[in-house]
Design a protein around this ligand. Structure first.
Ligand SMILES: [Fe+2]
Ligand SMILES: [Fe+2]
Length: 203
């Protein structure tokens, strides 16, 4: 592989960790762009707006509890993605508005009227957008960039679970139908069994 020759001894301006994946066919600049878009979606669109949406599920304490798991796991996703962006030589936009506008998913603003059905529909569609975004990162990195692939696959695992949770809640609330998600309670809120990188970043 050509990556041996690219990074000179003691050079801190280039990264072997980047050159090895470039040598295997990853478009690193495109990958960074996609990761920034996904980070914006996790943080701005999902974590931030979920916080607001969840508050308006008052009186549906069972829905709020599920929503809290999904919300905190999206925060874990955000914290997992950011280091990877910097390792690849990328960075977050310095301007929060610019960052927000690059999000790969539409902002999940509070619907009018803020009924449980409308909120659950929005949450369901946010999870679906996340699944579509993360499978694209998996496709781009499989067999070429094991570190990003592993991260994306772990996040995707949780997004697929989140979709199932909101299908269950929306079917019950809107249609009076039972479509179980097979959900088992997380150990504690924010557990994020796949994506929380406990050994490295989280106390
Ligand atoms: Fe997420
Ligand atoms: Fe999610």
């Amino acid at each position: 592989m050509a990556d041996n020759a690219v990074v000179k001894h003691g050079d801190v301006t280039q990264r072997v960790g980047v050159e090895v994946i470039r040598a295997r066919g990853v478009d690193v600049e495109k990958l960074i762009k996609m990761l920034v878009a996904n980070a914006a979606a996790e943080f701005a669109s999902t974590y931030y707006y979920y916080t607001i949406l969840r508050m308006h599920l008052a009186g549906h304490e069972d829905y709020k509890e599920i929503c809290e798991d999904a919300r905190l796991e999206d925060r874990a996703h955000w914290e997992l993605i950011v280091p990877r962006i910097y390792e690849l030589g990328g960075e977050l936009p310095n301007d929060l508005k610019v960052f927000h506008d690059q999000a790969g998913c539409v902002a999940a603003k509070l619907p009018d009227p803020p009924t449980a059905v409308n909120i659950l529909t929005l949450l369901l569609e946010s999870e679906r957008c996340a699944i579509r975004s993360w499978i694209q990162i998996c496709d781009l990195t499989i067999g070429k960039d094991p570190r990003t692939y592993d991260m994306a696959a772990r996040i995707l695992n949780e997004e697929i679970e989140h979709e199932a949770w909101f299908i269950e809640l929306l079917a019950h609330e809107r249609d009076g139908k039972s479509i179980p998600s097979g959900h088992f309670r997380r150990g504690t809120p924010g557990e994020a069994p796949y994506s929380k990188n406990r050994d490295f970043y989280n106390p």
